[in-house]
Design a protein around this ligand. Structure first.
Ligand code: PLP
Length: 404
């Protein structure tokens, strides 16, 4: 749908029409979003907050309107709970630092899962090292879904935070985050959700989810690079210290003592990406105009169709086969019982104009668990079609034949 808004989809790669199936890495931008960036720099580029002049006031209003809209889009209780960051990775690092400073002590435990992106592992590892805390890992069942019974058994008085992905960036599966949150909350434990792969595909409602923290990236949602969201319940953000110091995040600076700004500015040191926030707001309006339910339905159909077709190929092994997926499928190709390196498959597909991602997808612990050097991942966005999946399947069959 709406393919005409994405001029890049008319590009040719090695003389073949581009089939872009690398949307989990980043989505393409519709012309409306590209225009919004040009509009912002053309009409209201001025540093925001504290500016007495007109242009600064316009830029400030646009930035804060965007924050309000992000809050509405994600179902947050208030715009004060929406912090603009550089992206999901930045959000998780900030959270790990702030939460760690306030709430983590020697011997405390933080729980992540086996299928996390490195962004939801390494900041917590660094925190554990700093505070002599312990990282615990929810294992997977044989069908590559999270083992909820094992998760329950990991929770204890020592558990101070659970941080898990809503949607796996490798397997595409949707984790039962609502259940995970409820289970933790019954024991008074807060939960952070890595929503980088959920926010682009599912209708996320933070009040309904009831998570304590949530993070996502604008560039995976048809928006600009260099912008992300850190959501935190107000009660948490009020007690956490800022992760970074500088302008913007202060109330008063004295050499004796500095006092901090109110929410959300306490967490936004320096000049924020006020052009990016406006452009992201326009990207979210674009999504809403099409309709999130319509997008989710179309992408689910694409996933189901692709999986069904891939299953017909005896050389292909699909991971988390049969599980409901949001936007991504991982697989490998076996020839004469031997795994063909995903890079080779990716290269053969690329020569036919098809952009897929291969390798560990920044989730090495999961890839190690699967016991492979990597996977081939196809991932969809609103503009992809069944016809493109057919082109991809033909290209994959051709690649497999070339291995004969
Ligand atoms: N978490 C998940 C589940 C992701 O898929 C990604 C990116 O692929 C990230 C975190 C990191 O996002 P970013 O690189 O935008 O910071």
């Amino acid at each position: 749908m709406n393919r005409e808004d994405f001029a890049i989809l008319n590009e040719q790669v090695y003389g073949k029409p581009l089939v872009y199936f690398d949307n989990a890495a980043t989505t393409q931008k519709p012309q409306q979003v590209i225009n919004a960036m040009v509009y912002a720099y053309t009409h209201f580029n001025a540093n925001i907050h504290r500016g007495v002049h007109h242009l600064s006031q316009v830029a400030t209003a646009k930035h804060e309107e965007a924050r309000e809209y992000v809050a509405t889009f994600l179902g947050a209780a208030s715009a004060k709970e929406i912090i603009f960051t550089k992206g999901t990775t930045d959000s998780l690092n900030m959270l790990a630092f702030s939460f760690g400073e306030a709430c983590i002590h020697e011997g405390d435990e933080i729980i992540v899962s086996q299928l996390e992106h490195h962004s939801n592992i390494v900041p917590w590892q660094m925190l554990c090292e700093r505070k002599k805390a312990v990282l615990r890992v929810i294992p997977l069942r044989d069908n590559q879904t999270l083992d909820i019974e094992a998760y329950k058994a990991l929770l204890s008085d020592k558990t101070k935070l659970v941080s898990v992905a809503h949607v796996s960036n490798v397997l595409g599966i949707i984790n039962p985050v609502k259940e995970i949150i409820q289970i933790a909350h019954e024991k008074g434990i807060p939960v952070a959700i890595d929503g980088a792969q959920a926010a682009p595909h599912l209708t996320v409602n933070l009040r309904d989810l009831d998570c304590d923290f949530f993070v996502c990236s604008a560039h995976k949602m048809y928006g600009p690079t260099g912008l992300g969201i850190l959501y935190g319940k107000e009660k948490w953000l009020n007690i956490l210290p800022p992760a970074e110091g500088g302008g913007e995040m202060i109330e008063h600076v004295r050499f004796e003592k500095t006092t901090y700004n109110v929410l959300p500015y306490k967490f936004e040191a320096g000049t924020p990406n006020f052009i990016g926030s406006y452009v992201f707001g326009e990207a979210l309006h674009y999504i809403e105009k099409i309709g999130r339910e319509k997008i989710e339905k179309a992408e689910t159909e694409l996933c189901e169709y692709a999986e069904q077709q891939l299953k017909q190929l005896k050389e292909v092994k699909i991971y988390a086969e049969g599980q409901k997926k949001a936007g991504a499928i991982s697989f490998n190709v076996y020839h004469n019982g031997k795994l063909i390196h995903p890079f080779d498959i990716g290269t053969l597909l690329d020569r036919q104009g098809i952009a897929v991602r291969t390798g560990h997808h920044c989730a090495e612990p999961l890839i190690d668990y699967l016991g492979v050097p990597g996977t081939v991942r196809i991932s969809f966005a609103l503009y992809n079609t069944k016809e493109e999946i057919d082109v991809f399947l033909n290209a994959l069959k051709k690649a497999i034949m070339m291995l004969e």
